[in-house]
Design a protein around this ligand. Structure first.
Ligand code: XLS
Ligand code: NI
Ligand code: NI
Length: 443
């Protein structure tokens, strides 16, 4: 049975191809900086946006036309699995990601939900035997059902905390069963609406306890995947506790969890927090905490998580620059936590969207690699901070000086010279590199 029969396997045809169902830049076997594109980029399809999302928004119902529309419940869930693996294969993507509720409907009881999950997990496992596509990560959706209206691990109600724990316990078992390389925590409703009814300290302490119990359970069952926190400042809650990487890091350090977690950095969450994508990646990277990426983009004119497919080449280039400096993503990957626009309702749009995203990151990888090879910014930065490699600067970084000596130094100064940061020149060089990539592509 084929669900996308009009579309055959997507091949790399090069930049001059006019075939909409071909990669123009993503060439999985091509080596960039010693590794194949496939090895570095580690693309993943997000089950929820691609197979579960119906195209609804807060003003309208679903618009998507999908081959499984005529079905419901477990029948629909099973067809989605079949279609998903056809999609993965046609796109030749190495990974996928899911929330528990994406793959199987919730039952009337928790036990029934488990039963539904078990059935689909067995089916996924069967498909994975013959497919190259592996599980990058899974997670628990502890935010959609009305029971989570006050949060999950940070809810004021201990029964809800227990229910959340049970779902994560099951999630870790599924992760182990399917060989997930990571397990993600995105605290969709782990935050607050108003401090007037909130015991913030207890909620945060409980979140810390929750993560420790999750780690204990992973150890108990021998799940060795990387634990990841996905920061987001708001939406659906007004204030989310894992606001951004820096806030998440302080939380992990305070609760003695920093050795066991890394971050899953999402582009659109970064911009919602008032940061650039590359700022969040940098903050995670310099703290040794960059684990994985939710690759999407927001819309600067809209104030919410629009989860668009990434096509902004500046953003993909600067993101890949951080990722290369990080030495890659380890067990993480680039997960398209992105959805087609509501008006792109045909099944073929799912292919167009992923091809666009994969090509955009492939370009980002090539340009970032050249920038690094030529040490474009590194040389400039090294020169900019040169004063710390000698004299008083060297003493500062070696911890060999104090305020008395620094005052002596300052008093002796006659002529302090600043140098230009050359912001605009550097932006122009970045443009040149991007354009050179484009030009060499069209030739
Ligand atoms: C929502 C989040 C979510 C996580 C997984 O904004 O991005 O999709 O990636 O729960
Ligand atoms: Ni995400
Ligand atoms: Ni998001």
């Amino acid at each position: 049975m084929s669900y996308f029969s009009a579309i055959s396997k997507i091949q790399f045809e090069g930049p001059s191809s006019t075939n909409p169902f071909a990669f123009k830049h993503y060439n999985p076997d091509e080596k960039i900086g010693g590794k194949t594109m496939e090895e570095t980029l580690r693309f993943a399809v997000a089950y929820w946006h691609t197979f579960t999302f119906e195209g609804n928004d807060s003003f309208g119902v679903g618009t998507m036309l999908r081959p499984w529309d005529h079905l419901s419940g477990m029948d629909q869930a099973k067809v989605r699995v079949e279609a998903a693996f056809e999609f993965f294969e046609k796109l030749d993507v190495p990974y996928f990601c899911f929330h528990d509720v994406d793959i199987a409907p919730e039952g009337n009881t928790l036990a029934e939900t488990y039963k539904n999950l078990d059935e689909i997990v067995a089916m996924l496992k069967e498909y994975m035997k013959t497919s190259k596509t592996k599980l990058l990560w899974n997670t628990a959706n502890n935010f959609t059902n009305p029971r989570w209206l006050h949060g999950a691990a940070t809810a004021p109600n201990a029964d809800i905390f227990a229910y959340a724990a049970a779902k994560v316990k099951k999630g870790l078992e599924m992760a182990k069963e399917l060989g997930a390389e990571n397990y993600v925590f995105w605290g969709g409703r782990e935050g607050y609406e108003t401090l007037l009814n909130t015991d913030m300290k207890l909620e945060l302490d409980n979140l810390g306890r929750f993560f420790h119990m999750a780690l204990d359970y992973a150890k108990e069952i021998g799940f060795t995947g990387q634990f990841l926190i996905e920061p987001k400042p708001k939406e659906p809650t007004k204030h989310q506790y894992d606001f951004d990487v820096a806030t998440g890091l302080a939380f992990l350090q305070k609760y003695d969890l920093a050795d066991h977690f890394k971050f899953n950095v999402e582009a659109n969450h970064a911009t919602l927090a008032g940061h650039t994508f590359e700022h969040e990646l940098r903050t995670a990277r310099i703290n040794g905490m960059l684990g994985s990426v939710d690759a999407n983009q927001g819309d600067m004119l809209l104030g919410w998580d629009t989860d668009e497919f990434p096509t902004d080449l500046y953003s993909t280039t600067l993101a890949m620059y951080e990722i290369l400096l990080n030495g890659g993503l380890g067990s993480g990957g680039l997960n398209f936590d992105a959805k087609v626009r509501r008006g792109s309702f045909e099944a073929e749009d799912l292919f167009h969207a992923h091809i666009a995203g994969m090509d955009s990151f492939a370009i980002g990888l090539k340009v970032a690699n050249r920038l690094l090879e030529d040490k474009v910014f590194e040389d400039f930065i090294a020169e900019r901070y040169e004063s710390y490699t000698k004299g008083i600067g060297l003493e500062i970084v070696q911890g060999k000086t104090n305020f008395h000596q620094l005052e002596q130094h300052a008093l002796s100064l006659r002529d302090i010279r600043n140098t230009s940061g050359r912001h605009e020149r550097l932006r122009a060089i970045l443009n040149q590199y991007l354009l050179a990539e484009q030009l060499s592509s069209v030739q």
